[in-house]
Unconditional design. Structure first.
Length: 285
């Protein structure tokens, strides 16, 4: 009996184990199926997600390519516009450079012409700065004043050609102009006196004008030696005085002649004789 029960026990245990194994196997299969279903679902989701990602990547690639093409077009356009601007600027600079060279050449020729006119003028030309230092001097100035250009450039005007009695007035006039901008002798010809290198004082006519240069002033003057003219004027004045004296003497003499004629006529009347002179028309009756 014990053997029977033991066998039955073993059989029941084996049966229970088989059922357990079968149940577990079924559970495993069910779990596997569930996992497979889940994997399939996930695979579909992943596939869809992958598709979406691929599409997004393609869209971005397309947009990137489009933007790259657009940027290339923009860059090419910008490059073209820049090249055109560079060409225009280069042309403009070349044109301005040509104009500048033309202006500079005209200025150079103008300066040379002006310098030639001044140098060959039959008037003395003198230029000073605001410190009364001589900065220009032509050949006729050398003739009139006796100073060569090399000797006088850079020297004070009052120490060279201004007479002693006019030095103080010159300095006051210069100071007044620099303070007020007013100069009574500017722009009009005036007669003054100058001093030659020999010390001789002589009459001159001077026309002065000024030019503002770099915050300071330069003064320019054309000067004529009027010594000869003054001598002629004095001679003319002397002759006029002499003529006036002679005229006065002549008038006195003519008046006396008329008086004598009238006296003779009166005497003729007294003696019963006709008048000898007609004093109205200065003729003999």
């Amino acid at each position: 009996m014990s053997g029977f029960f033991y066998l039955k026990y073993q059989t029941d245990m084996e049966s229970s184990r088989q059922r357990y194994i079968k149940e577990k196997h079924l559970e495993i299969l069910e779990t596997a199926n569930e996992i497979e279903r889940i994997d399939v679902k996930k695979n579909k989701e992943f596939a869809l997600l992958g598709y979406v990602i691929v599409m997004i990547v393609m869209i971005f690639l397309f947009l990137g390519l489009h933007l790259m093409r657009r940027n290339d077009v923009i860059a090419e356009k910008a490059k073209f516009e820049l090249e055109e601007k560079v060409k225009e600027r280069t042309f403009d600079l070349e044109r301005k450079n040509v104009q500048q060279k033309k202006i500079e050449e005209e200025l150079r020729q103008g300066k040379e012409y002006t310098a030639a006119v001044i140098e060959t003028a039959n008037q003395a030309f003198v230029s000073i700065d605001s410190n009364s230092l001589v900065i220009d001097w032509n050949k006729h100035a050398e003739v009139i004043f006796g100073w060569s250009k090399d000797e006088i450039i850079g020297r004070p005007l009052e120490e060279t050609i201004i007479p002693e009695k006019f030095k103080e007035g010159h300095q006051k006039g210069m100071d007044h102009f620099l303070k007020t901008g007013e100069g009574p002798v500017l722009g009009s010809a005036v007669e003054l006196e100058g001093r030659r290198r020999s010390g001789e004082i002589f009459p001159l006519e001077i026309l002065i004008w000024r030019l503002e240069i770099k915050g300071g002033y330069h003064f320019f003057a054309f000067i004529n030696d009027i010594s000869a003219r003054k001598r002629v004027e004095q001679q003319l004045k002397d002759k006029m005085n002499e003529m006036e004296k002679f005229y006065d003497l002549t008038m006195d003499r003519e008046t006396r002649v008329i008086e004598l004629k009238e006296e003779i006529n009166s005497l003729c009347e007294e003696v019963g004789r006709p008048k000898v002179y007609n004093t109205k028309d200065e003729g003999v009756v």
